[in-house]
Design a protein around this ligand. Structure first.
Ligand SMILES: Nc1nc2c(ncn2[C@@H]2O[C@H](COP(=O)(O)OP(=O)(O)O)[C@@H](O)[C@H]2O)c(=O)[nH]1
Ligand SMILES: *[C@@H]1O[C@H](CO)[C@@H](O)[C@H](O)[C@H]1NC(C)=O
Ligand SMILES: *[C@@H]1O[C@H](CO)[C@@H](O)[C@H](O)[C@H]1NC(C)=O
Ligand SMILES: [Mg+2]
Length: 402
């Protein structure tokens, strides 16, 4: 009896050590945690933390000022950019009013509007009334802003019958706008053509604005200057999951492209973000390997040099030939996001946490006295299932709050 007890104790210690050893091997990985680990399940939204200007930002350049007009200012090579229809004039006027009030009235960056049809007199008159900045290119401004037919028209290799059949399938899968041809044209143009428009020949950066969006927070620094001085390629506010049925072959086509062009992968890419299958494995599997997480491109502040690079040009052409802009409903959001995630240095992609923004039904609303009209940390005022569409935690986890 006297010997049995110490043996039993030794046995328990041995089992304990073995379990500990297995835990070390297979258990959850411990510290250091990735920057966004704690928001994995949105326990803590970083929008709840007090937000100020990004680190190191210069508020205003004193040298030449920001007076409106083409000459002699501290502005850099950039424009506010909007593709818009005549019928959406109320919506774009409202969006302009918000952005002029919170930011552009201090910096007077020019506006550039694009349309597949000539702008109406009413559209010109009402948009001109909203800004003291240039609406671009002086006399010929509005004529230049017509999109060239070869950029907008459905390309010759797209088969109309096949498009109609595919539209039916998209409809059965509840893909919004799936059978609306102009929506497909818009997504293709925003993916790979807008930056080739002659009116943007001398422009490097743009801030995309859609009708009816809202801006809530005063921004007191030159955002484009921040992009340039900070070597940023791309800025976003909201990160969302996409509907897998709109992009079933986007990732397989991307994989084919990568096999042909492994040299385009950036060494500091965001591949783990692009291919995450942990938070919503259903999305990853239905999209055949892509998480579907994307920058929501109705807001984007970006350097067109990236879209104009050989890597992106080749990628877009590959996708365009594959036909998915029409036979599926590839959006410019997943296309831009995958390209950035693979071919760009992830540290050059910036979350503009300080720009309060809404495009129905989602918000980016920081915790800052500079914001009015949105609720701090509220991601959506729509139905509760929409919360699940937020995939910012993935970006924070794999790349950081940057
Ligand atoms: N000129 C023009 N603009 C369009 C067309 N289709 C979409 N847009 C613009 O493209 C952007 C996205 O379209 P929108 O209807 O807002 O799509 P959603 O945000 O995905 O619901 C908006 O700026 C629209 O004004 C079109 O056929 N012609
Ligand atoms: C602005 O950017 C465009 C495109 O990168 C370039 O061609 C042009 O020379 C630039 N202009 C200025 C004044 O920097
Ligand atoms: C941006 O890039 C330039 C040139 O490579 C470098 O000198 C500068 O330090 C960089 N700035 C930042 C903020 O990273
Ligand atoms: Mg929209």
């Amino acid at each position: 009896m006297a010997v049995a007890r110490p043996l039993r104790v030794l046995g328990l210690i041995a089992i304990g050590l073995w379990v500990f050893f297995l835990y070390q091997l297979f258990g959850p990985t411990g510290s250091p945690k990735a920057p966004g680990e704690h928001v994995e399940n949105m326990d803590r939204d970083p929008n709840l933390d007090i937000t100020g200007e990004p680190e190191g930002v210069i508020l205003r350049r004193a040298d030449k000022g920001y007076a409106p007009g083409p000459e002699g200012t501290s502005r850099i090579n950039a424009t506010l950019l909007s593709l818009v229809r005549n019928e959406e004039v109320d919506g774009i006027v409202q969006a302009m009013r918000d952005l002029e009030r919170t930011w552009n009235s201090k910096f007077n960056y020019p506006w550039t509007f694009f349309n597949d049809k000539p702008f109406s007199e009413e559209f010109k008159k009402r948009t001109r009334a909203e800004t003291k900045a240039e609406i671009r290119y002086g006399r010929a401004a509005f004529e230049l802003q017509l999109i060239p037919a070869e950029h907008w028209d459905v390309p010759s290799w797209i088969n109309e019958e096949l498009f109609q059949e595919s539209a039916q399938i998209l409809k059965e899968n509840d893909i919004q706008y799936g059978s609306m041809k102009s929506y497909h044209q818009m997504c293709r143009w925003n993916s790979g053509l807008f930056y080739k428009h002659p009116a943007l020949k001398d422009t490097q950066y743009y801030w995309r604005v859609e009708p009816k969006v809202h801006f809530f927070c005063d921004v007191d620094y030159d955002v484009f200057r921040y992009m340039q001085d900070g070597n940023k390629t791309y800025g976003f506010t909201i990160n969302l999951y996409d509907a897998p049925a709109s992009i079933p072959t986007l990732w397989p086509e991307t994989a084919k492209f990568l096999a042909q062009h492994p040299e385009y992968m950036h060494e500091n890419n965001a591949m783990p973000w692009v291919t995450d299958n942990k938070r919503r494995p259903d999305h990853n599997s239905k999209a055949n390997g892509y998480s579907t997480c994307h920058f929501w491109t109705n807001f984007e502040i970006a350097d067109m040099s990236f879209w104009r690079s050989q890597a992106y040009e080749d990628y877009f052409n590959h996708l365009d030939r594959a036909g998915g802009f029409f036979y599926e409903r590839w959006g410019d959001a997943p296309v831009h996001s995958i390209a950035l995630g693979l071919f760009e240095d992830a540290s050059k992609i910036h979350w503009f946490r300080d720009i309060g923004y809404q495009h129905i039904p989602f918000f980016n609303c920081p915790n800052s006295p500079k914001c009015k009209g949105c609720v701090t940390g509220r991601f959506t005022d729509g139905e509760s299932w929409l919360m699940k569409e937020d995939c910012r935690p993935n970006w924070f986890k794999y790349v950081g709050l940057g």
